[in-house]
Design a protein around this ligand. Structure first.
Ligand SMILES: [Zn+2]
Ligand SMILES: [Zn+2]
Length: 211
């Protein structure tokens, strides 16, 4: 990257496609490595309840929380496209609930709003090698994808990560008649959708003070 006389950054074709340079640099754009969720925890004070990894195994993590703060299916078109799946399954955790045990320097980012691949929040986080989606990193929380977690297909795993609701249900490509609450937009912050008719339930919009 070089700068022209007006101070504008100009590509000289030499900059990396994504910032994932090794662990020894202290550039401003690498400061994320020192902060949660990427800060490495001391083994002694991290009680791992679950382990997860990407498809190739380069990225591995542990979770210290038995159950996510919330678990949801998101049917929005961005999730459909970015996951190559009919909907996204997201489990919400604090940034301090995760400890990357391998490959946290081998991550790639993408912000679907700005279509940028530098690390800024919120963004989507992938394994830079096999491209498995790892999580969505928000400003305060992370949304993990439970299918990466070892034991998610056991009765205990399914129970711990069971969803409470569906979001953006009107953008769905499949009907999921599981009896869980369905929301037009964000869960608990938008009108409810009737799972039988697919229509918004009149008067179900939350009141301002409930939001
Ligand atoms: Zn991988
Ligand atoms: Zn979504």
């Amino acid at each position: 990257m070089s700068q022209d006389k007006n101070g504008n950054k100009r590509s000289d074709g030499n900059e990396p496609h994504q910032y994932q340079a090794g662990s020894t640099t202290s550039r401003e754009q690498d400061q994320w490595k020192e902060r949660p969720p990427y800060r490495i925890h001391d083994k002694a004070d991290f009680d791992a309840k679950w382990k997860g990894k990407c498809h190739c195994g380069a990225v591995q993590y542990e979770l210290s929380r038995e159950r996510p703060l919330a678990s949801k299916y998101c049917h929005c078109t961005t999730c459909q496209r970015m996951h190559g799946a009919p909907f996204q399954w997201a489990a919400i955790f604090h940034k301090t609930d995760i400890n990357f045990t391998n490959g946290h320097h081998d991550l790639g980012w993408y912000d679907p709003t700005s279509k940028s691949t530098t690390h800024h929040l919120p963004c989507k986080v992938q394994c830079a090698y096999c491209r498995t989606p790892i999580m969505d990193e928000g400003r305060n929380m992370i949304l993990l994808f439970p299918t990466l977690i070892e034991g998610i297909n056991t009765p205990e795993g399914r129970k711990a990560f069971e969803v409470q609701s569906h979001m953006f249900y009107q953008q769905r490509v499949v009907d999921v008649k599981d009896g869980k609450p369905k929301f037009k937009g964000l869960a608990d912050e938008s009108a409810r959708v009737d799972e039988e008719t697919g229509e918004v339930i009149p008067g179900s919009e939350p009141k301002e003070e409930d939001k």
